[in-house]
Write a protein that binds this ligand. Structure first.
Ligand SMILES: [Zn+2]
Length: 117
């Protein structure tokens, strides 16, 4: 995995799982040679959505613009299935937002429908 300059990641069970499952998904759906790029970690300022989970270390964003267009939604669905219902994968304009739906302290996050980044 590559990291955009300036991205700050705290490694915990959630972010390590996001990294592992996303890398596996990309290998399975795109190619063995594809290296995903993390574009946002802790430093994400999603002021409109305090439940995005970035400041709490339970979300990472991944670049989508280098994913072949016809594979963007299949990759999302493939990854979502691998993550299971504890995690949420969204395709935004130029990135995937991946978050654990509950924060590190066990408090429930907002319902997935209200999540935006
Ligand atoms: Zn995000």
């Amino acid at each position: 995995m590559n990291f955009l300059y300036g991205v700050i990641v705290i490694w915990n069970d959630t972010t390590l799982r996001i990294k592992q499952v996303w890398e596996e998904s990309c290998r399975e759906m795109i190619s063995m040679a594809y290296i995903p790029t993390c574009t946002c970690g802790l430093e994400g300022v999603h002021s409109r959505n305090p439940e995005s989970g970035h400041p709490q270390g339970r979300s990472l964003d991944m670049r989508s613009k280098d994913v072949p267009f016809h594979l963007r939604m299949p990759l999302l669905h493939h990854a979502q299935q691998k993550f299971g219902s504890d995690y949420l994968v969204l395709l935004e304009d130029d990135h995937y937002h991946i978050q654990r739906q509950h924060d590190s302290f066990g408090r429930p996050a907002a319902t997935p429908k209200s999540v935006e980044v």
